[in-house]
Design a protein. Structure first.
Length: 159
């Protein structure tokens, strides 16, 4: 059986606008138990912002969260998939791009969902006794690609 992204994606994800300030972004993530939000304007995904983006932006600037907008610290361009894509294509894309979440768009390029690690794991190991929709080995392989450490430079931090 062919599994499509729309079969396991989270529908109607929470999102923010480019002008949403980081205090509001953090509150949305907290209230809705999510670690990333697509940044949407006129139905189109312009970028993604993660809890890590928020933390690093605020930790490296001497400004209140209300004074920094989502678009200032967002990841762009956006890596996305389509609802009608085969789930294995989405898995491959996540591994290649090293991203834990993908916005899902429709044929009009409008946001219709999100697919993330949580969705993949629950599809491979459903908690409700349903038959697994994904092979857990495939999910583990992609997680290994995503989590592999990139070579980074060591920065000296001075006090």
């Amino acid at each position: 059986m062919r599994i499509l992204v729309e079969d396991i994606m989270t529908r109607t994800p929470w999102c923010c606008t480019p002008e949403t300030n980081l205090a509001t972004v953090a509150e949305l993530m907290w209230v809705h138990d999510c670690g990333a939000l697509p940044i949407v304007a006129c139905g189109r995904v312009l970028g993604m912002i993660t809890d890590r983006d928020v933390a690093i932006a605020l930790g490296t600037r001497n400004v209140p969260a209300q004074e920094v907008t989502a678009v200032e610290v967002a990841t762009a361009p956006v890596v996305y998939c389509r609802a009608a894509d085969d789930i294995h294509a989405a898995l491959h894309l996540m591994g290649e791009a090293k991203v834990r979440r993908l916005p899902v768009i429709d044929d009009q390029d409008e946001l219709v969902g999100m697919i993330g690690v949580n969705d993949l794991i629950l599809a491979a190991r459903p908690l409700d006794g349903r038959t697994a929709e994904l092979d857990d080995e495939q999910v583990i392989e992609v997680m290994c690609q995503i989590c592999a450490h990139a070579k980074t430079q060591v920065m000296a931090v001075t006090a």
